[in-house]
Design a protein around this ligand. Structure first.
Ligand code: FUL
Length: 496
């Protein structure tokens, strides 16, 4: 017994320390990396926007700020119809325009009169923010708020006292509506407006006026788990367009830069064109959110009833947003009744049915994987970890290895046209370039390639029937991880 123990000790002593470490220890973290609140946000992937205010009734996109609250008069408002629609579409939450640029508040703010308490809706007793927050909680949906920094109604906009008002409203919203998952700050700032009757053009300095660091700290104090969205984050960045796509590549890492000069970037004052791709060497983990409306406008207009995006267009948007590592924020504007229009509901239904059919079966099930290099040559970081549906178990390479291939033997011949890849982003976004090959009738054929993977990559490729697959990581910032590989067959739209 004693002899056995000493020989084990001797064996451990002769093994190089790096071997033992590599076997048992994950790759060293590589900054920037997601925070816990950003990771929880990544999980959501798909949620909805609700643009609703006086504009819905005046048929405008941007109210002037001089609208009478009396125009806000939905005849059949039913927030449960909104949450039912969102749930059926597979959304994980809803973000409501509590206040848009016109300044009208969908809740009875005690700091303002330009609110729902002076509207005919429920004889001034309504509170759409609280009503939707409660409906979301009941439906198991997350709830978020849009509070426009620009306020074309407020007499003090442009002066210091407006900032106090804006922050008071933020506090109200974040204390009266239960847990908030995201706070959405738009970049549109200053210009002409009603401004309490002054009707003038008010310019502000976007880098200074809102003192964003101290405004964001209110969110941190009152809703520490909430992510903050703006052109510069600090948690989630605008993707830089409202057309429904992230770039290829789309890196979660990003360094926001000022629109002009060398000063700091600020909401409404960034080189937002860079956000569509992000930066592979970006200094912050600042993943993009793709915001797009199901209709041409953000608010409901009857003249757009026939212009609702079709299901196949919505599916393409999904692939070009969620499929490029971002989240999709799809706007569903309620109409004058206060309901999401039948055409929008039908398009969403078509989108969901198609995505469900696509992802119903992961054709990787039953496959076997092996890799050229496995960290420490052991089980913990083995290639087979990519085959389970758990992103958190992953294939990883040894410290020095920035390129390596894995081979996956499928359980028989499989026909697919969608490939899913996921990194274990807790350790940073590491992969810089990859390709995928398929073994078709005994020949290896390159069927897809790309650069960014990050949280999730969905690659639509040609319909391929193969018995094996090769994932080649061709370049990485450091040794890398791959958490999931999946294979799916997207049906044609006519087949639905
Ligand atoms: C923009 C706003 O100006 C639009 O009205 C809309 O709210 C959109 C989501 O953000 O910048």
């Amino acid at each position: 017994m004693r002899r056995n123990l000493s020989s084990v000790v001797a064996l451990v002593l002769v093994l190089p320390a790096s071997y033992i470490l590599a076997e048992t220890v994950p790759p060293a973290t590589l900054d920037p990396r997601p925070s816990a609140r950003q990771l929880a946000w990544h999980e959501l992937e798909f949620y909805g926007f609700v643009h609703f205010t006086v504009n819905t009734f005046t048929d405008r996109e941007w109210g002037e700020g001089d609208e009478s609250p009396s125009v806000f008069n939905p005849t059949a408002l039913d927030v449960r119809q909104w949450t039912d629609t969102a749930k059926a579409a597979g959304m994980k939450g809803l973000i409501l325009t509590a206040k848009h640029h016109d300044g009208f508040c969908l809740w009875p703010s005690k700091y303002a009169n330009h609110t729902i308490k002076n509207a005919p809706y429920k004889n001034g007793q309504g509170n759409v923010v609280a009503e939707l927050a409660a409906a979301c909680a009941d439906a198991g949906l997350k709830f978020g708020v849009y509070l426009s920094p620009w306020d074309r109604n407020h007499a003090e906009y442009g002066r210091p006292s407006y900032i106090e008002y804006f922050r008071n409203q933020l506090r109200e919203l974040l204390t009266e509506n239960g847990p908030i998952f995201e706070v959405w700050f738009d970049g549109a700032n200053g210009g002409t407006g009603y401004y309490g009757g002054a009707r003038e053009n008010r310019k502000i300095d976007p880098a200074v006026y809102y003192d964003w660091a101290n405004t964001w700290s209110i969110v941190r104090e009152l809703q520490p788990q909430a992510v903050i969205f703006s052109d510069v984050g600090p948690d989630i960045r605008w993707v830089g367009n409202e057309r429904g796509y992230a770039g290829d590549p789309c890196w979660a890492t990003f360094t926001p830069r000022a629109r002009e000069g060398n000063g700091p970037a600020a909401p409404g004052f960034t080189k937002y064109e860079e956000a569509v791709n992000g930066h592979s060497d970006g200094k912050q983990w600042l993943p993009a959110e793709v915001d797009v409306s199901i209709r041409p406008g953000w608010f409901y207009h009857a003249k757009e009833d026939a212009k609702v995006k079709a299901a196949d267009e919505l599916v393409s948007i999904y692939f070009e947003s969620v499929g490029r590592g971002t989240s999709l924020l799809l706007n569903l504007p309620p109409d004058k009744r206060g309901l999401i229009h039948e055409n929008d509901v039908a398009a969403l239904k078509g989108m969901r049915a198609h995505l469900d059919a696509t992802f119903a079966e992961n054709l990787i099930t039953g496959a076997k994987a092996s890799a050229q290099n496995v960290r420490g040559n052991g089980e913990r970081f083995a290639a087979s970890n990519v085959l389970d549906t758990e992103r958190k178990t992953y294939w990883a390479t040894d410290d020095e290895v920035k390129s390596a291939s894995m081979e996956i033997a499928l359980s028989g011949e499989k026909t697919f046209n969608v490939i899913l890849l996921q990194e274990y982003v807790e350790l940073g976004q590491r992969i810089l370039r990859f390709s995928v090959e398929a073994q078709v009738e005994g020949e290896w054929r390159r069927i897809a390639d790309g650069t960014s993977i990050g949280w999730k990559r969905l690659l639509r490729c040609e319909r391929t029937t193969a018995s094996a697959l090769r994932i080649n990581v061709e370049d990485a910032r450091a040794c890398f991880t791959l958490g999931s590989v999946g294979l799916f067959m997207e049906p044609g739209f006519q087949e639905n």
